[in-house]
Design a protein around this ligand. Sequence first.
Ligand code: CA
Ligand code: CA
Ligand code: CA
Ligand code: CA
Length: 270
Amino acid sequence: MPKLYRTALSLCAGLLLVGAGYAHAMSLANVIDLRTQGSLDESGIANGALFYQNVDQSSGTGFIDPFLRIQDSPVEEGFNTDYRSNGQAPLDDKSDPNYTHSLKLGDLATVTKNGVDYYLFSLDIDEPNSGPLRYISLDEVKLYLASAPDLADLSSASLKWDMDGAGDAVVYLNGGALSPGNGGDDMQMLVPKSFFTGADPNSYLYFYTKMGATGNMSADNFDANASFEEWRALVGQAPPPPTIPEPTTLLLLGGGVAGIIGKRKSLIRK
Ligand SMILES: [Ca+2]
Ligand SMILES: [Ca+2]
Ligand SMILES: [Ca+2]
Ligand SMILES: [Ca+2]
């Protein structure tokens, strides 16, 4: 075989190999697998953010504020906002304003880890405790800023951080292993504050997320099932208490009304 022809042939083969490798790399997501119970140091990184099973990040002080609940099946998505249309929040959001509401950027607390400042978000999943439906995927998180607290969609908001911004990433979670049911955090996500450098602390942070979109991968299924998923933020000040009246408040209100009626009666008697 002439040398030039051989060189051209090997060049073509090399390009093919590079091409195949590139296509392979494109299709491979950065998988952060947090499904194994008890492996508390299991973690991963996506576009600068750290993902952990729920471990105590004791370097931060503050209060946990639930700000976004979503529920649908097999895929669910939503973002936090004060917007309601006929009482309904957008997408797959749960509408209770105690659990789906706006977040002011300046209210978020700072967690410092290895000299880097982060915002801390935690995720509480509720998936079946056992069986083939117990897994769920966290496919997308996008953080935006906007000046209004009640956007109906994110078309006018400014994208500041994307979990997939440095290549597609996905987190695998296990409803039966981490913190079963609602009420316990399963995962923590630390997003570097550097993505928000120079931002107005009075602007509102919009947190978009999508879960369950991985569907079937290998022999496992990652659909969203059971009850809602809830995101919480570490904030610097205690969030306002839930607006649902306590039974004692209702009793007091009832007493007040009875008192007013009693007073009226006594006035009438005079
Ligand atoms: Ca949970
Ligand atoms: Ca599931
Ligand atoms: Ca992704
Ligand atoms: Ca669920």
